[in-house]
Design a protein around this ligand. Structure first.
Ligand code: GCW
Length: 713
């Protein structure tokens, strides 16, 4: 018996580490695993106590302290004491009103939400200062300190300062009231509307922690394809309950508003924005909302787009609609985010539509309106040029809308890291005197109202985002919304260090794999500026042949225009001339195939198949080579991931490996189907040595996916 007991004990000791290491991604990047070696020594020395003002009463300060305690206890193996007096190895949280004597710094450089981390001496003792002008700033600073600890920074020599460049950093949930999520691939909506407001799922707090750790300070709870019911009293009570949970974390709640709500809810005959009764209805609705949610952020509106109601239904323009809502919100300090994602069925070129409708309205919007523009002129494709509205509406604050959920990039099964995509658009030179980032952060045209929005990829899946690596897209969005000039590579490394491993070799290998993944998806789906080749409705998988949809601009053939003569959409002066919507220097560059980067060639030009590419290949051979390169990169990502097995816990390693296998198969499917199709329309033989598609074109055309996820809406 005793021997058996010993054996069991030994077995337990062997199994314990494996059991303890079993991870499912639920903790996101706030895992706080014990540090090792020198890092542990430093942490224990530098975080013995947390010094807070005498009464750490406010919920925000309490949240900051609780997070520090939680992180330090887990990483250092012992709980820091809470103190009001400086001692050696203290973390000192300070605002101008509460800073202990001896703290000297330029508070004005920290702005309203910024923070400073500084290793220094106070009263002769080595301490770390976390300083900010507000308690929200202290919360962000605390998360930044925890990130420094998790990513292996030298905690005894900290000197970091960061101030957000963009004011409103928002998630947009496309979550429906029945808990389906439009374009969501991570389970159901995390908002359990049915049980709210009585039941507050603990996940709401973790959601708030995760967002606050990145600096996200607002969330639009419901889909832009909105139901009027979200503005009724029962739903406002539910939204208010969420707002109460998020408030300590600096997060405000916003709602998508359905433009026709005065008709649907108020019984009015019209929703005409110039009708006094309609205006009164919205004013009353705004007052009702603010009574329940005093810090309500405002409305997000999709109007006259894809069948949604809007001011044009009454012969009015977008500014009339936006300004009416702005008038209702202004007394309470709310904003209207009015989306520019519009395209009329009869437009000659869908890519030119938003500019044509919105640019002439520059200067006509009320001061609390911000026009929200997608990163590119079509719709979240693997690669698009930046939207021509950026820089072209100097009198109007413009928000950038990015899509974190991967509607057109392989859902949550493909490993596609979006940091490089976000960085590419932010750093694009608009030709109007600055980058997209400078337009969005307000500096180019002197706007104080600034915003970045990301369409969320969050759901009820245990890992929140549908896959381990999709968490990194949420993370990258948040970090870049705070500072649009952060290098995507550095952000990816931080995420890996916090999520998988801080050991430099493995960390860098994983980050490299992530950074390569964006170009891979472009290559295996839509290389050389092609776009919108995906399957109808569900948007998964290739369907470049589709030409029978009711609207011309829903058909892939409309976008690639491939035929015997060549391929590509001529948006130059000889075609739709959409290129003229860009600033002259950019229009000149994109207007000529010789100066258009190969990555965007077929976005702007229709060229013969034998067009000579910079590589020396013909356009046809280059197209095939890029499809092949995409597949090869995914195969390489698989090999590299396999080699990382010793560095990663078994559960997450296996899950990612399984997804990568799916991705490789689907990359081949994209490559084979597209090459088969373009070969058929061009009538050209495959370049020498190229592997023929695995199946005949008809087999790809016959595939159906009636149960694809994410379409509720
Ligand atoms: O990308 C398209 C999506 C729609 C979405 C729309 C939009 C919310 O396919 O599902 O609707 O864009 O951005 O409004």
């Amino acid at each position: 018996m005793r021997t058996m007991g010993k054996w069991l004990w030994a077995l337990w000791l062997v199994l314990l580490p494996a059991w303890a290491a079993a991870e499912d991604g639920h903790e996101l990047w706030l895992r706080y695993r014990p540090l090792q070696g020198q890092a542990m020594v430093q942490l224990q020395a530098g975080a013995r106590s947390i010094v807070v003002p005498a009464q750490p009463g406010s919920p925000t300060l309490r949240a900051a302290v609780a997070e520090l305690q939680r992180g330090i206890t887990a990483m250092a193996g012992r709980e820091p004491v809470l103190a009001t007096r400086i001692a050696q190895g203290a973390l000192v949280l300070a605002t101008p009103g509460s800073a202990p004597p001896g703290v000297e710094l330029r508070w004005d450089e920290l702005g309203r939400e910024g923070w400073l981390l500084r290793s220094t001496r106070l009263q002769g003792r080595p301490v770390t200062l976390i300083a900010a002008n507000s308690e929200a700033g202290l919360l962000y600073g605390s998360f930044a300190w925890l990130r420094a600890a998790q990513t292996g920074a030298d905690l005894s020599r900290l000197e970091q300062r960061s101030v957000p460049k963009v004011g409103l950093r928002l998630l947009n949930h496309w979550d429906n009231l029945d808990r389906s999520v439009e374009r969501g691939y991570a389970g159901a909506s995390i908002w359990d509307w049915w049980k709210l407001p009585d039941l507050l799922d603990p996940r709401y707090v973790d959601y708030a922690r995760a967002n606050a750790s990145l600096g996200i300070n607002g969330t639009v709870l419901n889909n832009v394809n909105a139901k009027a019911e979200s503005l009724t009293a029962p739903f406002l009570a539910k939204a208010a309950a969420l707002a109460d949970v998020f408030r300590p974390y600096g997060i405000r709640v916003y709602l998508s508003a359905r433009f026709s709500a005065p008709v649907e809810l108020g019984g009015l005959k019209t929703a005409d924005p110039l009708d006094p009764a309609v205006r009164a209805w919205w004013r009353a609705k705004a007052a009702e909302i603010y009574e329940r949610i005093p810090d309500f952020g405002g409305f997000l509106v999709k109007a006259n787009s894809e069948g949604q109601p809007g001011p044009q239904d009454y012969g009015r323009h977008h500014a009339d609609g936006a300004n009416m809502l702005a008038e209702a919100l202004a007394p309470h300090g709310g904003v209207v985010m009015w989306r520019a994602f519009v395209y009329a069925p009869d437009a000659k070129d869908r890519a030119a539509q938003a500019f044509a409708e919105f640019q002439p309205l520059d200067g006509k919007f009320a001061p609390n309106v911000i026009v929200q523009v997608k990163n590119g002129p079509i719709d979240f494709q693997p690669r698009e040029p930046f939207h021509p509205l950026f820089g072209a509406m100097p009198k109007t604050p413009l928000a950038l809308e990015l899509q974190i959920t991967k509607e057109y990039l392989g859902f949550s099964t493909h490993l596609v890291h979006l940091g490089p995509l976000f960085e590419e658009v932010l750093q694009a030179d608009t030709g109007h005197g600055g980058t997209v980032a400078r337009v969005v952060d307000g500096r180019l045209h002197g706007h104080r109202l600034t915003a970045i929005a990301g369409v969320a990829n969050i759901g009820t899946d245990r890992n929140w985002s549908g896959s381990q690596f999709d968490q990194a897209n949420w993370y990258a969005f948040g970090r870049l919304a705070w500072d649009p000039d952060l290098p995507a590579a550095a952000v990816a490394r931080d995420w890996v260090a916090q999520t998988f491993t801080a050991r430099p070799a493995a960390r860098d290998a994983i980050a490299r794999l992530m950074l390569a993944s964006r170009e891979a998806v472009v290559d295996y789906m839509t290389p050389l500026g092609l776009h919108h080749l995906m399957g109808t409705g569900h948007h998964h998988g290739p369907a470049p042949w589709v030409d029978n949809l009711e609207r011309a601009d829903w058909n892939p053939v409309y976008f690639h225009r491939a035929g015997r003569d060549g391929i590509g959409f001529d948006r130059s002066a000889t075609g739709s001339n959409a290129v003229a919507q860009y600033a002259p220097s950019v229009a000149r560059r994109f207007g000529d195939p010789r100066t258009t980067p190969p990555e965007l060639l077929l976005w702007f030009h229709h060229l013969p198949w034998d067009h000579a590419m910079p590589s020396g290949r013909t356009l046809w051979a280059e197209l095939v080579a890029r499809y092949d390169r995409g597949v090869a990169t995914v195969a390489d990502m698989r090999r590299r991931w396999a080699a990382l097995e010793p560095d990663i816990d078994a559960a997450r390693h296996a899950e990612v490996a399984a997804y990568l296998a799916v991705q490789e198969g689907e990359a081949r499917w994209w490559r084979d189907a597209c090459i088969a199709y373009f070969q058929a329309v061009s009538g050209l033989p495959l370049p020498p040595g190229v592997r023929p598609p695995a199946q005949p074109l008809e087999a790809y055309k016959a595939m159906r996916f009636p149960f694809a996820p994410g379409r509720g809406g």
